[in-house]
Ligand binder design. Structure first.
Ligand SMILES: *[C@@H]1O[C@H](CO)[C@@H](O)[C@H](O)[C@H]1NC(C)=O
Ligand SMILES: *[C@@H]1O[C@H](CO)[C@@H](O)[C@H](O)[C@H]1NC(C)=O
Length: 285
């Protein structure tokens, strides 16, 4: 079977880390980005677009076809799930009404009913990479607490927080604020940060990153090519002396949102790097 899998690299050690007890082993699951990206044209591509049916179908397959039982537990929504603006009164993020007519709480309930975990996507800046509302308003308003509360009420188990439309130098302040906001909700939510990937060449503060994030993306998104995989391996080889200190239980280097066609040699790499694994193809049953 040909699968597409997200490759997420990790290594092992122990430092002061975000200790919410949530990431004792590399997370595994399904994530829409690499394969489905920001396809919102459900009229022309009903089986290829970002809508609630996609995630429900994938939850069905993960439960029925054995993926869940071998550890693939997260069904993760990625970019382009929301309306283009926050609710004008409550200022909360709202799911796109046409593509997610039942809303995010109902989707989370469905995913949980299959014995799976619900992942969602946000952005630390003023917009997501796809142009949807981010955690900062255009006027600078900080929506971290409101968004964290909203995610918790929806039953979210994991947040991938991207870094488009943000001042990269300021991420050192901004990412920890969402970490605190998530903790304040009282709901255990895995926190996946894209923080260091936006600070390549600026000496990301891995000590601080590992204190506030459960796992983090260091480098560019993977694409459907072996050259993309080898570019990531080369990055890890070059920076291994820096990276190796900040990896262990609860704090894991990963290559979030990188997926590619999977072959045996690719799969072996996940194991060699103790990598997280997120599948991103349409599971067919
Ligand atoms: C940097 O982050 C802090 C804390 O979130 C914020 O108050 C400040 O406005 C930010 N500065 C810039 C230039 O984005
Ligand atoms: C919040 O942080 C404290 C201190 O690190 C930790 O013990 C607790 O488990 C965290 N709670 C949640 C819900 O993440």
């Amino acid at each position: 079977m040909r699968s597409i899998i997200v490759l997420l690299f990790i290594c092992l050690c122990d430092v002061n880390s975000l200790n919410n007890g949530l990431v004792k082993t590399p997370p595994m699951g399904w994530l829409s980005w690499e394969r489905f990206a920001c396809n919102i044209d459900c009229n022309n591509y009903p089986n290829e677009c970002i809508n609630e049916q996609l995630y429900k179908d994938m939850a069905d397959r993960m439960a029925a076809d054995g993926y869940r039982d071998v550890g693939y537990r997260y069904v993760s929504v990625d970019d382009c799930w929301s309306e283009m603006a926050r609710d004008s009164v409550t200022k909360r993020l709202v799911a796109d009404h046409k593509r997610f007519p039942s809303g995010m709480k109902a989707l989370g309930d469905y995913i949980h009913s299959k014995g799976l975990l619900f992942g969602i996507y946000g952005d630390i800046g003023t917009k997501t990479c796809g142009g949807y509302p981010g955690a900062r308003g255009a006027d600078g308003t900080d929506y971290d607490s409101l968004d964290a509360q909203t995610y918790a009420e929806w039953g979210v188990d994991s947040l991938k927080l991207d870094g488009c439309y943000a001042d990269t130098k300021n991420m050192t302040n901004m990412y920890p604020e969402m970490s605190t906001a998530l903790n304040d909700t009282g709901r255990p939510i895995v926190y996946a940060c894209s923080w260091p990937a936006y600070q390549i060449g600026q000496n990301p503060d891995y000590e601080r990153i590992s204190q506030y994030c459960n796992y983090w993306r260091n480098f560019d998104d993977i694409m459907d090519s072996w050259a993309s995989v080898t570019s990531i391996i080369d990055f890890y080889a070059k920076y291994q002396n820096v990276l190796v200190k900040y990896h262990g239980m609860n704090h894991i280097h990963n290559h979030l949102t990188i997926d590619t066609f999977i072959e045996c040699k690719h799969f072996r790499l996940f194991c060699a790097f103790l990598s997280n694994q997120f599948i991103s193809n349409r599971l067919m049953g």
